[in-house]
Design a protein around this ligand. Sequence first.
Ligand SMILES: [Zn+2]
Length: 138
Amino acid sequence: MTTEYNKPLPRPISVELTRPFWEGAKRHELMMPRCKTCDRFFFYPREECPSCFSRDIGWAKVSGKGRLHTYTIVHQPANAAFRKEAPHVYAVVQLDEGPRMISNVVECDLDDLEVDMPLEPVFDDVTAEWTLVKFKPA
Ligand SMILES: [Zn+2]
């Protein structure tokens, strides 16, 4: 999938901390930080585990399969870069591996959206450098 944007996209501000996520997305893999002390995945990336406060953090590939936890339909994006995509689905996705992540649901009729519907990742190569992780019905 490749979405064309007509304005410059916002860029991640914490590139070092999130680099494994973005590199994985570019390979079309969903990578999550995982605590080496308590073995839990978490998201968003942080320097310490939100469960046990360990700073011994690794990264691992996850399936990306999950369910639609909640969503809203955005008709007026706050950032002009996303105006062409409106209306789009701003979603909280509950991943099978545990964490919840903010993303978009795509390739789905808005009338077919349903809380708890199964989802799988889709990788949107928005530029040569950046790939966004979005979700579609599984
Ligand atoms: Zn931990």
